[in-house]
Design a protein around this ligand. Structure first.
Ligand SMILES: [Zn+2]
Length: 82
């Protein structure tokens, strides 16, 4: 038995906007995450700056960097028979 491959569909995914970058502090304090977020930027270059500043201020040490980009899904027209 092999793992079945995902069934191909005619769904297409198209990026519709600018990729956004945000950093989040996931340092645990008394069992809950800090949860502080940076601003959302069009570039990743400010994330490290924000992380260093937050780490300096609160001595927090665990972060995640997230990127997100808006996409639309649309269905391609059916292929014509060859
Ligand atoms: Zn924090």
């Amino acid at each position: 038995m092999t793992t079945p491959a995902p069934v191909p569909t005619r769904k297409e995914i198209q990026i519709t906007g600018i990729r956004k970058h945000v950093a989040e502090c996931v340092t645990e304090i008394d069992g809950t995450e800090c949860g502080a977020h940076s601003n959302v930027w069009d570039t990743a270059m400010y994330l490290d700056v924000w992380i260093r500043a937050h780490a300096d201020e609160y001595e927090h040490k665990k972060f995640v960097k997230r990127t997100e980009e808006p996409v639309n899904v649309y269905t391609k027209p059916a292929k014509r028979p060859q």
